[in-house]
Ligand binder design. Structure first.
Ligand code: BES
Ligand code: MN
Ligand code: ZN
Length: 496
């Protein structure tokens, strides 16, 4: 999508979006447009239930007196309640309405709004950002799409008095959206296309942005003693990979922030095989790693002033004559031994070695891992919030706040020594599953045993990585949940 900021004027064609405030109030430019239409805009607004509440849309086709082919009135609600997320949702829902309509351009009117805390420049930037995020499509494999099914919209134009301010506010948002799109693409690609080697190649592309990318293959991981990760990979013909990404935008020698992702490029469950129904979803079991890669792209893209490490453990979990068996005992890089009760609890085995390696090599200030780790988190929280576990209250608070800022919500769950005991094994240091209850918590307790007391948080994103219902800035499919959240977490706390 092309994005431009121009002065407020009447567009010669395409779609025009006019903001409406709560109580059917137009802004100054809206009133001018209404006058040009002989009052038809207000008549249409008054005719139905459209009141200008946040999230409401009203489409008016071919208004006489104007050259544009349609007008969309978009409700913004009460001025005092308007925030970044209201505006992004407005941009996204207007775009969704006309994305495949045959229209090529959409122009948003932005006037200063009395009583609204957001400046006009920021207003414009957020509308543009929402429009872009909502325009995401993935049509790579649809070779028979008819012209009318293809996205027709090419240009988003935001008309605002202070274009310089809008451009300045928009520049970093555009980079973060590129990261989100990269993540969505990787998550949506099927497992015959994205597997450990090809996912590592995708990560390598970040070197163009100044990210140092290093890839460890099986031999190197054997040397390092990563028996937990390698046990999972054992049943697959695809060689496992560990990718280390390093972006240094901060002070030299300053301890980095570390982000670690689960990258199971397909999870059959292994010998503890999953049922056929819905197994195709397990192509996105590399969602955590895709977020880490997309985040590195966002941070490097906007030249964040901070040192960051991204580490992703990439494996495929398959049943095979050589696959690991339930009951096998593996030795992790940390030296701790693990009895593999269930080969479908593989994500924690991958992360065990990835977390240990990360803290050992990089001595990070903190570690945050992301993983589509448990079905139990979906039982607990559904698809609207991700589960958060943390060893540190301050870290948990900062993550929670960042999530609220970008509309990617986190809900913290408890950890304790009592939960930790549930994964003690009779013949090894621990087992990879607990009892029936508290499945997401025992998974987190397992991970914590590999953090070596580095301040750490774990985000279980199993419920939020893929969506079956579209939202204004998140079309259905791969969501990219986590990229914006962690970008905001970094921006708000670690770039001063
Ligand atoms: N990748 C799955 C978790 C998952 C389930 C993600 C559904 C997204 C949607 C994970 O590897 C897994 O299989 N977890 C098991 C753990 C169990 C064997 C203790 C689960 O949740 O059933
Ligand atoms: Mn599994
Ligand atoms: Zn899995």
């Amino acid at each position: 999508m092309r994005v431009g900021f121009t002065k407020v004027s009447m567009p010669p064609h395409g779609v025009l979006v006019v903001p409406v405030l709560d109580g059917r109030k137009l802004t100054a430019t809206g009133a001018t447009i209404d006058k040009r239409m002989g009052g038809a805009l207000m008549r249409a607004i008054r005719a139905g239930h459209f009141k200008g509440a946040a999230g409401q849309l009203l489409e008016i086709v071919a208004p006489s007196g104007l050259k544009v082919s349609r007008i969309i009135a978009v409700g913004l609600g009460k001025p005092a309640d308007i925030g970044a997320l209201t505006l992004e949702a407005a941009g996204g829902s207007a775009v969704a309405k006309v994305l495949r309509s045959g229209e090529a351009t959409i122009a948003f009117v932005v006037d200063p709004i009395k009583g609204c805390k957001v400046t006009a420049g920021e207003l414009a930037a957020r509308i543009a950002n929402g429009a872009v995020l909502g325009s995401y499509t993935f049509d790579h494999y649809r070779t028979t799409l008819k012209a009318e099914q293809k996205p027709s919209l090419k240009t988003v134009n935001v008309m605002v008095a202070n274009q310089a301010a809008a451009r300045k506010a928009y520049a970093p948002l555009a980079k973060v959206a590129e990261g989100v799109f990269f993540t969505r693409d990787l998550v949506t690609q099927p497992a015959n296309i994205i597997y450990p080697k090809t996912l590592a190649q995708e990560a390598r592309k970040l070197s163009k942005l100044g990210v140092k990318v290093e890839v460890l293959g099986r031999a190197r991981m054997e040397q390092l003693g990563m028996g937990a990760l390698l046990g999972v990979a054992q049943g697959s013909v695809r060689e496992p990979q560990m990718v280390v990404m390093r972006y240094d935008g901060g002070k030299r020698g300053q301890a980095p922030l570390a982000f670690v992702g689960k990258g199971v490029t397909f999870d059959t469950g292994g010998i503890s095989i999953k049922p056929a129904q819905g197994m195709e979803d397990m192509k996105w079991d590399m969602g955590g790693s895709a977020v880490v890669i997309g985040l590195m792209r966002a941070l490097a893209g906007r030249k964040a002033k901070c040192n960051v490490i991204g580490v992703v453990g990439l494996v495929e979990n398959m049943p095979d004559g050589n696959a690991q068996r339930p009951g096998d005992v593996v030795t992790s890089m940390s030296g701790q031994t693990i009895e593999v009760i269930n080969t479908d609890a593989e994500g924690r085995l991958v992360l065990a070695d990835a977390l240990w390696y990360t803290q050992k090599r990089f001595k990070p200030k903190l570690m945050i891992d992301l993983a589509t780790l448990t079905g139990a988190i979906i039982v607990a929280l559904g698809n609207d919030q991700a589960g958060m576990f943390a060893s540190d209250d301050k870290l948990a608070e900062r993550l929670h706040a960042a999530g609220q800022g970008v509309g990617e919500l986190l809900w913290r769950l408890p950890m304790s020594t009592d939960y930790d005991k549930l994964i003690n094994s009779d013949i090894a240091d621990m087992k990879n599953v607990g009892e029936r209850g508290a499945g997401s918590i025992t998974a987190a307790q397992f991970l914590q045993r590999f953090t070596n007391n580095v301040p750490w948080a774990h985000l279980d994103i199993a419920g939020v990585t893929w969506s079956k219902k579209p939202k204004p800035t998140v079309p259905k499919g791969g969501t990219g949940f986590g990229v914006r959240l962690l970008d905001e977490f970094v921006a708000a706390n670690y770039e001063k």
